[in-house]
Design a protein around this ligand. Structure first.
Ligand SMILES: Nc1ncnc2c1ncn2[C@@H]1O[C@H](COP(=O)(O)OP(=O)(O)O)[C@@H](O)[C@H]1O
Ligand SMILES: [Mg+2]
Length: 267
């Protein structure tokens, strides 16, 4: 069986910076895969490579057997960018953002029809933003913004969803809503790849985990990924490894440790 997302030996450089070094990852359909790595480990670059937004110097990406360009053109892949990569001042309403998920289906001549509008309203309801459709996207809270982009993916009805740090700076309710939706989408056969540095959320969120540090160090079960040894390798820490899956149930916002904050930026 071909992997839903197949990243083969991808190397990406920005000038002198080697962002991905021979990264290989297969992601299966019907599962949520967590992509874990510290700041600067190449998570966003991996997503951009999968979307065809950066051109690898070596290696290849296929999404459902298609090139990134073909997968995008056919609307099969949806992408929720990290907040830093979005221009929140752009004057569009929440509903407009969600309607963008339908554009791939609209073609250049057809206008949004009632089926499109229904799909958009349904997606807004699923992310619990039905009341805020008219609001300017920049006027939402961090968690609401993320939910709006998740609604865009739902409206798009893509087979493959890529979410870059959807939990960064979001409230508990938004996180819980997004986790629940991603699990539902995976249960329905979608492929979900989501980056996070919130290790405590991982057991509830993901079926599989991949550890990234310019290349994929490990890919397998969440439990195996969260061993202190593997985390030390991924985060460059030999000590004070974050708590493992076994005691992750007791996570509370105030208690959360973010390994990236301990190690600082590498960029
Ligand atoms: N547009 C860019 N130009 C130059 N360097 C970049 C650019 N984007 C990312 N980088 C560098 O590439 C490395 C990987 O970055 P990134 O993929 O954003 O990692 P992550 O998402 O895991 O924080 C970092 O060292 C980062 O500074
Ligand atoms: Mg990033």
């Amino acid at each position: 069986m071909t992997a839903a997302i197949d990243v083969q030996n991808v190397t990406v450089r920005y000038g002198d910076v080697l962002a991905l070094d021979d990264a290989t990852l297969q992601v299966d359909a019907g599962r949520v895969t967590g992509l874990i790595g510290m700041n600067g480990s190449g998570k966003s670059t991996l997503f951009k490579s999968i979307m065809g937004a950066v051109r690898p110097e070596r290696g290849a990406v296929r999404i459902g057997g298609l090139t990134p360009a073909a997968a995008r053109a056919s609307g099969r892949v949806a992408y929720v960018p990290q907040s830093e990569d979005v221009d929140w001042a752009f004057p569009v309403s929440v509903r407009d953002v969600v309607m963008m998920g339908r554009y791939g289906r609209l073609g250049i001549t057809r206008r949004a029809g009632s089926a499109d509008r229904r799909a958009v309203e349904h997606a807004l309801e699923r992310v619990e933003l039905a009341d805020l459709g008219d609001r300017q996207i920049g006027a939402l809270s961090g968690g609401q913004k993320k939910r709006a982009f998740v609604a865009r993916s739902i409206a798009q009805d893509a087979e493959t969803l890529l979410l870059d740090e959807p939990f960064a700076g979001v409230d508990q309710r938004s996180e819980a809503t997004i986790v629940r939706l991603l699990r539902e989408l995976a249960s329905g056969g979608r492929t979900v790849l989501v980056s996070t540095h919130d290790l405590h959320a991982l057991p509830d969120l993901a079926d599989e985990a991949a550890l990234l540090l310019r290349r994929v160090l490990f890919r397998g079960s969440v439990r195996e990924a969260l061993t202190p040894e593997r985390l030390a390798q991924a985060f460059g820490l030999e000590r004070s490894a974050p708590r493992t899956a076994n005691n992750a149930e007791c996570s509370e916002t105030a208690e959360r440790t973010h390994p990236t904050e301990q190690t600082g930026e590498t960029a």
